[in-house]
Structure formats: C-alpha cells, structure tokens
Design a protein around this ligand. Sequence first.
Ligand code: ZN
Length: 243
Amino acid sequence: MIVDAQLIHATPEVNTSPAQKFSSRYTLEILNVINSLVGEKGAAALLRAAGLLEKLPPKLTHRHENTIPYVYLANLFRSLDFIYGPRGARSIAYQIGKQSFEPAFGSFDIVANTRAKQEKLFSTAEKLEIALCTLAEISAQSSDQHIVLADHTDHFRFTVGNCPICSVPMNVDLPICYFNVGYLRGGLQSILGLNDFPIQETECMAKGDPACVFTIRKKRFTINEIGNGLTGFLALPEHLREE
Ligand SMILES: [Zn+2]
C-alpha cells in the first residue's frame, strides 16, 4: 500500500469502448508539428505507413471536437517506430507532444487562469500542482482519458487511464509514451514558463500495466545535473532526460 500518496485531482471516469475518441483540433496541431519536424514528404510517408492517408477527414476541424478514433493516433506513433527506429521515434514522439501543446491549448481560458494564479504562489511545488491539475483537465477534455493526480511527498504521480497511444496492443517491455512526457513538459513550459522538472514514465499500458503512470519530481534539475550534461534527452537515465 502506498502511504505517502494524497489524491489531489481526478477527472470523471469515462466508458472504455473501442470507439474512444481524440480531439480533432489537437490531431491537426500534432500533424502540423510532424510536418515541421520531418517535412511534408516525411509526414506523408508516416500517414501512409499508418494507413491514414484515406482515413483522416480531408479537413480536420479547428474545433476541439472529439471525433478522431484513438486507433488512428496509436497507428501514427507505431509508424514512427517503423520508419525511424525506436531511438528516432522516441525523440520525435517526445517533440510532437511538447511542441503541440501551445498551438492546441495555449489560448484556453483554463491555461490563462492557471498562468495568472501560479504567479501569486511562492512554492514551486504549489505551482507545479495547479499546473498539473490543469493538464489533467485538458487531457480529459480533449480525449477519453481519465486522469488521477496524486501527491507523493517528493513527486507527483500523473496516472493516465485510456491512453490513446497505447490503445493498440504492443509487445514491449518498456514504457513507450514519450508523446505524453512531451505533453507534460510542453504544458508546464506553457503554464509555468518552467521546463526543467524531471519526468519519467514508470508504468505503461503498452507493456501490460493497467494505466500509464508518469512521475514528476518536485525538485527541478539541479545545477549539478545540468552541469554534468545529465539533462540530455537521449544520453541519460530515463527519469532525467530532457532534450
Ligand atoms: Zn500510454
């Protein structure tokens, strides 16, 4: 039993069904970021490999309507692996998550309100907590994800039920949701202007766990960690990686 955990936020439970959906606007911004990262030809190759060239609506709506089946997202991220190999895919998925937050959600009222609220707070842990509550709300609104946020003394635990990236079964031994790590980091950057909290995925539905679980350390990277090059995204133990 975990004794130091204090539940601080949970979004409403949703029905788990094969028809789980993801925001159209968010999908559009994800595709825009993919375009900027790998170019138009690369993006087209990715969509083709994912079997999405014909399936995606010709015009994705700019509204946040949850109309895109989870399986489309899962196949898109699977194709990254197929085309770029696990290492390249990991880095690209992380960048997609990080860079798509601001264009997709940066103008939300809830983001503006949390930005204003956090400025009045003194402690970094309190700032982090309200920012993570907001990120939980946004995840739940823009998909069928169910988020539980808990306080564990030196870190927060952000549990994602019904993860879109993991909605297609995979035979893996390690967590694969680098997109969600990027989402959290891009979200914290957008809300707090801080991008240096170590984030690690510890459990993942793709490897058979019941949910995808992310730990966010309350203490930011130390000068020592940064000075020792310990924040490089690919060269580090996973919990310390930053690009
Ligand atoms: Zn996942």
